[in-house]
Write a protein that binds this ligand. Structure first.
Ligand code: GUN
Length: 283
């Protein structure tokens, strides 16, 4: 039987709509949520992501501003901008779009963002809170994956959840979130021996490796839930995930499409985090 398609686009729209009344009530109290996005360099995908985030802000009533820096910008220019945004009471969330150009030290730049405005959840303080199971800002993509799993009614306790990809913004935080829900978690990566043997054990398989169609039908346990975090531009200009969707949907129990799966949830969770940052700013 063909897999159930998990519709992230529609869940994200519902989630964004659910934030509107909170946003208007914050605005009435003089704290309309405000998000500042910093884009550095010429990465076309990053430009699209930032544009999508700005549209989501406009759609929900979050004020957004955009700060653009050229490819060769200096660390001090970025730090100066972040310092100003940290001090600006109209800005509740700051996101530094990644990747940064290679001459910049991303960890040093991210460390400059006030943890209270770190709506991407990339600051060590927020990642540390996640590790310890304390409240903080959780990165949007893993938070969005957890919402999708919950919405799709996927049981996690005692299940094998396997993540392909060990990035700090998806794989590692997602592993912690899945552990909090009592899944048995495995992280695979480029050095994993016999990837297919590991992925075939997964009741929940998350592909976040950044390789188009890496996950083929033979790598999937029949009936598994397959979550595709990948966004890869193919030679024909179309987008493809890290999963061979056409083949895997015949094997999986449920699956997210690309586009229209995890991507819109990342954006929606960033709105949720920005609204929370604005609420916390009021004390
Ligand atoms: N690059 C890829 N994903 C993300 C994200 O969620 N936030 C930011 N800031 N950059 C990214």
């Amino acid at each position: 039987m063909a897999a159930t398609i998990i519709d992230g686009k529609s869940l994200a729209a519902t989630l964004r709509a659910s934030q509107k009344s909170a946003i208007e009530s914050l605005a009435a109290r003089g704290a309309r949520p405000g998000l500042a996005a910093i884009l550095t360099g010429n990465d076309p995908a990053s430009r699209i992501y930032v544009r999508n985030k700005a549209r989501a802000c406009e759609d929900t009533g979050v004020r957004s501003e955009f700060h653009e820096f050229p490819e060769g910008t200096s660390e001090s220019s970025l730090l100066e901008c972040i310092g100003r945004l940290n001090a600006d009471r109209a800005v509740h969330g700051i996101l530094v779009q990644l990747p940064l150009p290679p001459h910049l030290d991303a960890n040093r730049i991210l460390a400059a963002v006030s943890p209270a405005k770190d709506v991407d959840g990339f600051h060590a303080v927020n990642l540390g809170a996640l590790l310890q199971g304390r409240a903080g800002f959780v990165p949007g993509t893993p938070a969005g994956v957890m919402r999708l799993l919950e919405h799709a009614g996927v049981a996690l306790a005692g299940k094998n959840a396997t993540i392909v990809g060990r990035s700090t913004i998806v794989g590692k935080p997602l592993a912690l979130l899945l552990l909090q829900k009592d899944a048995t978690v495995t992280i695979c990566h480029s050095k994993t021996a016999d990837l297919a043997a590991v992925t075939r054990q997964a009741d929940i398989l998350v592909a976040a490796a950044g390789h188009a169609k890496l996950i083929t039908a033979e790598m999937v346990k029949p009936g598994a839930c397959v979550i595709d975090v990948g966004v890869n531009r193919m030679p024909d200009g179309k987008l493809s995930g890290d999963v061979d969707f056409a083949a895997v949907k015949r094997i999986a129990g449920s699956i997210t499409p690309v586009p229209g799966g995890v991507g819109p949830m990342t954006v929606a969770m960033m709105i949720v985090n920005t609204v929370r940052a604005a609420e916390l700013s009021l004390g």
